[in-house]
Design a protein around this ligand. Structure first.
Ligand code: GSH
Length: 255
């Protein structure tokens, strides 16, 4: 693929872990090329570059990095003091790391489970969102391999009704905690500085509040399955949901 960008991001475009990296790159104004793949079709590329199944994978000057947190920390090396997402020392850095880990490992896992629960039996709708910017060959083949894809999702994500309900309760607990942090009245979660904790909260909650200015066009609430809409309304109505929508609007560069 011919392109002049120095940095390559291998992504599944709807992935909120990939959104973290896009946001990090765009915030720093780094020229990058996003190589987008549909789920499953990404495997040859990720195994080739990183030896593993997951996106995001970032390739910069011959270095291969994977895991959104590792990548954001790496990109912080390009940031000047005012742009840094990770405070350099001390207690604040510890809090940023703890929160980013909680958002990635619990919130992001549960918001993704919820998405797959609502979309796994709606291949046409799912492909319309997931396919944006992916190769035509993948989009044409996707309906054929959809049964394999569904089996894999059941195994990897377990989007059962019970797991989804339990997962939403974990999300509610996290949102209660972030609501009280926001009630302290600072501009951001941990004070007056935008950090990786804010960025990760925004991306990991995104599937449950469907912001505009996400890296792909997400469905509007009225395009969602009827049963999914009350959950979007619920989270948009929280202080954290409103905060996340505001971050997408004000902190994420428009490209
Ligand atoms: N902790 C990882 C999670 C990445 C992740 O779970 N990526 C998913 C996409 S949302 C993936 O690549 N899944 C492919 C698979 O499991 O086969 C990160 O922060 O990057």
């Amino acid at each position: 693929m011919a392109h002049k960008a120095k940095v390559r991001l291998i992504s599944i475009p709807m992935s909120h872990y990939c959104e973290k990296v896009r946001w990090g790159l765009e915030r720093l104004g780094i020229d990058y090329f996003e190589e987008r793949h549909l789920q499953v079709f990404h495997y040859p590329r990720t195994y080739w570059f990183s030896g593993g199944p997951n996106v995001p994978v970032l390739i910069d000057k011959g270095r291969v990095l994977h895991d959104s947190t590792t990548i954001l920390q790496y990109l912080d090396g390009y940031a000047d003091d005012s742009q840094r997402l990770y405070p350099q020392h001390g207690e604040l850095r510890k809090r940023v790391d703890e929160l980013e880990d909680l958002f990635d490992e619990v919130l992001g896992v549960e918001s993704r489970r919820w998405v797959y629960f609502h979309f796994k039996n709606r291949p046409i709708k799912a492909l319309r969102t997931a396919g944006q910017g992916t190769p035509l060959s993948e989009r044409l083949l996707a309906p054929v391999i959809y049964p394999v894809f569904k089996l894999l999702i059941d195994k990897l994500v377990n989007p059962s009704e019970r797991a989804v309900e339990e997962g939403l309760n974990k999300v509610r607990d996290i949102v209660k905690a972030t609501d009280s942090m926001l009630a302290a009245g600072h501009t951001y979660l941990l004070g007056n500085r935008f950090t990786a904790a804010d960025l990760s909260l925004a991306c990991m909650l995104a599937p449950l509040v469907m912001p505009r200015n996400y890296g792909i066009r997400l469905p509007e609430p009225d395009e969602l399955p009827v049963l999914a809409r009350p959950v979007i309304d619920e989270f948009r109505a929280t202080a954290t949901g409103a905060y996340v929508l505001k971050l997408f609007d004000t902190e994420k560069p428009r490209v």
